[in-house]
Design a protein around this ligand. Sequence first.
Ligand code: ARG
Ligand code: ZN
Length: 457
Amino acid sequence: FSSLVNNVIGEAKYSKTTGNRVSYKGHQVLRIHPMTPSQVDELREMRETETEDIKFWTEPSGNRTTDIVVAPDIIDDVKDFFRQKKIEYKVLLPDLQKTIAYQNPKMSKEQRDDLVTNQGHSMTWRRYQRFSEIMKYLEYLEMRYPNLIEVETIGHSYEGQPLRVVKVSTGKNEKTGESKPIVWIDAGMHAREWISTAVATYILNELTEKNSTYSKLLDTIDWMILPVSNPDGYEYSHVSDRLWRKTRSSYSDESDSSSRYTPAGLLHLVTHYTKWFWGKCEGVDPNRNFDYHWGQDKIRNGASTDPCHETYEGPQAFSEPETKAMADYIMSNRNNIKLYLTLHSYNQMWLVPWGHTHTKPSDYSDLIRAAKKAAKSIHKVYGTSYKVGSSADLLYPTTGASDDWAKGKAGIKYSYTVELRDRGAYGFLLPATQIIPTSREIWAGIRTIARIVTTDI
Ligand code: ARG
Ligand code: ZN
């Protein structure tokens, strides 16, 4: 594989940027099916030397397929390489830019005005929304439902955008006079996973517009929902690069170049030297930046020390203002939070800790039992299947993820990562027409698990 990459870097291609916006014209998504350990190793080697021309959507692993995005100029070489190595693959998306264009149809001014007339706000779940639209919706909720909704700004992003948690609460428990158990939901940690944010706002809409339907749920549970936990990345994925994953911080000025001298960093020098040399890579993977086993037990492919990599863990744990603010806020509410949910995409999985090790927590079976009931409720709605299991087993081991931190450090017993639709037909580019069905089924699952974990204690 290195020889393939060496042929390519000579020409240093960053030409996919047209103006400010990255185009994925002619890029293909391939689904690779490694059959032998050595084929998995080939993929891992590719993964470690990640270049602009090949991006991984899912991590290489022995028991599942891996989806990669390949740039048009090397697509034939990459396919030849797989054929030569007898690695099976198929084309999932033949032209990524077309899928991007199809995903989120524009809304006319008239349609927007109609929304405001009909419902009092311009939020819709028929398309994916920009950050400012979502913030306006939160303000609307607070105004419209003053006895139910409180919006709290828990901190600010690297670029200064507010991190807003919506608290949905009818007040203290009327019988006991005590505060209620809290269900926490965050979304949008990974910028390109738009469906997660859309689901979070859908849930807010349900809890407010249909508060009488959900009166029992609201009588017994308080909700804390953070719909956009990575605002800078979210906006960047709307205006510049649809496939952006990380935050938008930059540590290049501090010229902390220590990572350049790690083996992974040196390998990168060979394959990716321009960007590497100038340290021009932005962003940290927030879901590798939490202070739980961060930077320890380096597990292969789990979290990267290379700032240019998609899973860069950051210069230190909680280097990102976004993860720090979220963690501080959860910590100060840890005694009441009974369920921690972080929404991601894609894969249709309800993931149980641990993510950093294949070892299981001692209460693993409790978490699995509750998750299976949630998956059953999801399935009842449209027949969509969600797999249940540990992150390390079903995906791959990684350090510094929020679910592990919530359980291991904050002590929240029921902590899960939910990977929403789909299974790869569209991947991160799930069409807006699937927002409502995805939300409906997952909301059924969340209601089920919320009831279980707040009553069975
Ligand atoms: N796709 C998510 C990620 O890569 C999964 C995280 C699952 N949790 C974990 N602790 N590994 O961030
Ligand atoms: Zn994610």
